[in-house]
Ligand binder design. Structure first.
Ligand SMILES: [Zn+2]
Length: 279
């Protein structure tokens, strides 16, 4: 891109959170003007002047910025701005995870019936309700939000769900009529999904998601028995003596094969995990 076509509109050096609207104010004012009054523009092809009007179709942002521009916090158990309070989320492997994606499949999709391949349950729920822009605006108009500023208390009443503020974009007369207001910039999403898939398939240390916590979680949920961690003194396909050529007698040379899975702590009971258990 040529230098003369580049334009930096604003540089924000810290996360403004819901105070992003302070920065959006001049932009939204201009957009309102562009929609209602328009701007006199020269048309080169006809040689005449005309009134040019402009509208924002949607925003393109990453997930943290989604919270700022939409007003729906993208953190915690209700982080999904589409499912909202009807989200299926839970605590797994030390993180908040978002599940129940089979809800989005067609009603007769075969995957809905497959319990073992997924979380152990068949999926009978319909997809979460889709809220229109007008309905969302209506909800927001009923809520009271604290004024902007870092010093303002951050506690949010439960009635507000994950709404942190009413997005300034709703000042645009057409904003609530748009079917899609915010898009995710796929750059980071693709990179993270790729890293996770490759890291797990190739079992790259530090990158794989096949961790002790994940295995413990499988046991907690009660699925994929074959992938559970081995308890000490319990014979499984992985540690029973017959599996080892030494007939169960541990000696120096075959120490690697003779090693059984070590005991491990269950974090749910406050026990710590040992690195040695993962051999
Ligand atoms: Zn969702």
């Amino acid at each position: 891109m040529k230098k003369e076509y580049m334009m930096m509109t604003v540089l924000i050096t810290e996360d403004p959170g819901r105070s992003i609207d302070v920065y959006l104010r001049p932009l939204v004012d201009e957009l309102k003007d562009l929609w209602t009054n328009g701007v006199r523009t020269y048309d080169k092809s006809t040689g005449k002047m005309f009134t040019l009007r402009a509208a924002v179709m949607w925003t393109v942002n990453d997930f943290p910025a989604y919270a700022m521009v939409s007003g729906w916090s993208t953190k915690g158990y209700m982080a999904c701005p589409v499912c909202k309070e009807d989200v299926t989320s839970g605590w797994h492997a030390g993180k908040v995870c978002y599940l129940g994606h089979r809800r989005w499949l067609s009603w007769d999709h075969e995957w809905r019936e497959k319990d073992k391949q997924f979380d152990g349950n068949t999926e009978r729920r319909l997809r979460p309700r889709e809220w229109s822009g007008d309905e969302i605006l209506d909800q927001l108009n009923r809520l009271d939000f604290a004024p902007f500023g870092k010093t303002v208390s951050r506690t949010r009443p439960s009635t507000h769900l994950n709404w942190t503020h009413k997005s300034m974009f709703f000042e645009l007369p057409y904003w609530s009529k748009l079917k899609l207001r915010h898009n995710l910039d796929v750059m980071h999403v693709e990179k993270n999904v790729f890293d996770t898939l490759i890291g797990t398939i190739l079992d790259i240390e530090g990158k794989t998601k096949d961790t002790i916590k994940a295995r413990l979680d499988l046991e907690r949920v009660g699925i994929r028995r074959g992938l559970w961690m081995n308890r000490d003194n319990v014979d499984t396909a992985f540690n029973r003596p017959q599996r080892n050529n030494d007939g169960g007698v541990r000696n120096e040379k075959l120490s690697v094969f003779a090693q059984s899975a070590r005991p491990f702590g269950d974090p749910a009971r406050g026990e710590s995990l040992s690195e040695m258990t993962w051999r």
